[in-house]
Design a protein around this ligand. Structure first.
Ligand code: SAM
Ligand code: SF4
Length: 330
């Protein structure tokens, strides 16, 4: 039988999110500070190291890899090597989370490399507000990107929207109607206190999934789905549409008991839990013996004992996690 990653609480880890860059062409207010200092190039994983790591994980039983960032589609060289990751034996799904700005250019490449599902972040359908929330994003480019991706026929495309009071809370239904119209799944995300930001007070902008759900249910009843997903999201169906409506609620719903995932930051740091600092630095392991897979696998297996039982987020306190989401790999 092939190897599996099992932590001290009996949870099998078969899903890994890898941040392929900390850089991004947007500066979303909840994700980044306006002036960001990015990591020096030599401190982030090379494309070869990302490939090696992906192979190590799949040899350890990982079935799903999500590439994220920062913005994965701005990582130089990644698109040329994506097929190598998509073709790894044992990998059932290669997934990408993107801000959509480069999808017109890269949708076809993603499809050909074996990407099955895309998550596209979209917080507003109003160009001026979209620009304000992303600090420099062009809404029309993203909408054109989503259309380009739809034409490629991915199994699923899902819109991710972070909902903030005093900002885009009034667009919950507009975003849902857009998703229904385009036949896309949609997930509403509670803002997480990752990184110190000065653009807004997270305790004031915080909008719970329950509030979002209430707003939706005034117009559309949501029907619970029989199938449960591992992780922080809960999904619902609609009576008159095939799309799935999800709520990602790290604050109000504790999902740790069935957590099946770990993350790797752009610097090759294996994070065992999003809300805790427990981590292992894999970059020195990969650089000590370039190309050698066994030491990487040994380090990953050993790290499993560090996976904590649960996370704690508290909006009323200073962020305990000083990493920004772009460095973490959302
Ligand atoms: N750049 C890509 C994108 O925006 O989709 C991938 C990386 S981004 C960090 C991944 C997801 O994290 C996005 O859907 C984004 O909205 C979400 N995100 C970023 N910062 C967040 C925060 N503080 N709380 C909740 N979600 C956040
Ligand atoms: Fe970039 Fe994604 Fe962060 Fe927005 S959420 S700044 S698009 S990494």
């Amino acid at each position: 039988m092939s190897q599996q990653l099992i932590d001290d609480f009996g949870r099998t880890v078969d899903y890994v999110r890898i941040s392929v860059t900390d850089r991004c062409d947007f500066r979303c207010v909840y994700c980044m500070a306006e002036e960001m200092t990015f990591l020096p190039r030599e401190e982030i994983m090379s494309i070869e190291e990302i490939e090696l790591l992906s192979r190590a994980f799949t040899e350890l039983g990982v079935k799903r890899i999500r590439l994220t960032g920062g913005e994965p589609l701005v990582r130089r060289g990644l698109m040329d090597h994506l097929t190598n990751i998509g073709n790894l034996p044992g990998l059932e799904e290669l997934l990408i989370t993107t801000n959509g700005s480069q999808l017109v250019r890269y949708s076809e490449t993603l499809k050909q490399a074996g990407v099955t599902r895309l998550n596209v972040s979209l917080d507003s359908l109003r160009a001026d507000r979209f620009k304000a929330m992303t600090r420099n994003g062009d809404l029309n480019k993203v909408l054109a990107g989503i259309d380009a991706a739809r034409e490629q026929g991915f199994e699923h495309i899902k819109i991710n929207a972070v909902v903030m009071k005093g900002s885009n809370q009034d667009e919950v239904l507009d975003l849902l109607e857009y998703a229904r119209d385009k036949q896309l799944d949609i997930a509403y995300i509670e803002e997480m206190p990752l990184g110190n930001i000065d653009s807004h007070d997270r305790a004031l902008s915080f909008c719970s999934s329950d509030e979002v759900m209430e707003a939706i249910e005034e117009r559309y009843p949501l029907l619970p789905m029989a199938q449960k997903t591992a992780g922080p999201s809960r999904y619902f169906q609609m009576a008159d549409s095939d799309i799935r409506v999800g709520f990602i609620s790290p604050h109000t719903h504790n999902f740790c008991a069935d957590c099946n995932r770990v993350r790797v930051t752009a610097e090759g740091r294996l994070l065992l839990c999003l809300g805790n600092e427990h981590s292992v630095d894999l970059l020195p392991v990969m650089r000590a013996e370039p190309g050698a897979i066994e030491p990487v696998k040994v380090a990953i297996v050993k790290a499993m004992s560090l996976k904590p039982e649960r996370h704690y987020f508290d909006l009323s306190e200073e962020p305990q996690i000083l990493r920004f989401m772009n460095a973490t790999g959302g």
